[in-house]
Design a protein around this ligand. Structure first.
Ligand code: DC
Length: 228
């Protein structure tokens, strides 16, 4: 890997504000934002569209041979990055709540992780990236120079997610969103391979009581201080 000095990793559970923070951090540094979750979502969408039995790893592996993922830059600071799978724009589909759970499920498969980790490391080889996910600081870029782990109280994460959806005109029940968050946390942190975990050298930021702006500032301050 060429320039790990130029890699920032931001990990944490779902609904903690990672995407917004990662996009802003990337914009402030002039780095590329790498949304690894979007890649797991794209795989989940692909396997579903191909009607692959995800309990059959051999079938999944075979199907992944023809997988082509293309990440599309976010339209603006507020938008998620887009994804094209085999030439089809599935940016909207992959953000549906059922795709969140499907992505969490397929992300436990060894063949999926191996494939996506290799793709992510290839993108990282060019340097100057802000990688966001669950294992970017622990497994994908263990030698990254700047690692962050964001956390927040699950109730607060559910409230934020509901507010975010409301802004997009979608109404969701907070208790249901909380249940999904807790289930995904459990899946993502208890799986055997590359579980959600805090890297030993990560800066941990609890975002429960602080604003997105404050989190963004804390991250940039920490990077600048370390850079010297
Ligand atoms: O960050 P997200 O909600 O878009 O991620 C969707 C799912 O993908 C998440 O529940 C677990 C999985 N994922 C992963 O296993 N490793 C990553 N680095 C990123 C996401």
């Amino acid at each position: 890997m060429s320039d790990l000095q130029d890699i920032v990793t931001i990990d944490g559970p779902s609904g903690v504000g990672k995407s917004t923070i990662s996009r802003r951090t990337a914009a402030a540094l002039g780095f590329t934002y790498l949304d690894t979750g979007a890649m797991y979502r794209a795989v989940a969408w692909f396997l579903e569209s191909e009607q692959v039995d995800v309990t059959d790893e051999t079938a999944v592996q075979k199907s992944l041979e023809s997988l082509e993922i293309e990440l599309l830059p976010a339209a603006d600071e507020m938008s998620d990055v887009g994804v094209r799978v085999a030439g089809k724009d599935v940016s909207r589909e992959i953000r549906m709540p059922e795709m969140s759970m499907a992505a969490s499920r397929v992300s436990a498969l060894n063949v999926v992780r191996k494939r996506l980790t290799a793709m992510q490391q290839e993108i990282g080889r060019r340097g100057k990236i802000v990688a966001e996910g669950r294992d970017t600081g622990t497994v994908v870029f263990p030698d990254a120079a700047y690692k962050f782990y964001l956390d927040a109280d699950p109730g607060e994460r559910a409230r934020r997610r509901v507010a975010q959806l409301r802004e997009k005109g979608e109404v969701q029940d907070e208790a249901e969103v909380l249940a999904m968050i807790l289930e995904r946390d459990k899946n993502d942190s208890e799986r055997e391979l590359a579980p959600l975990a805090v890297a030993a050298d990560a800066v941990v930021i609890d975002t429960t009581k602080i604003s997105i702006n404050e989190v963004g500032r804390a991250i940039l301050d920490s990077i600048r201080k370390k850079k010297g």
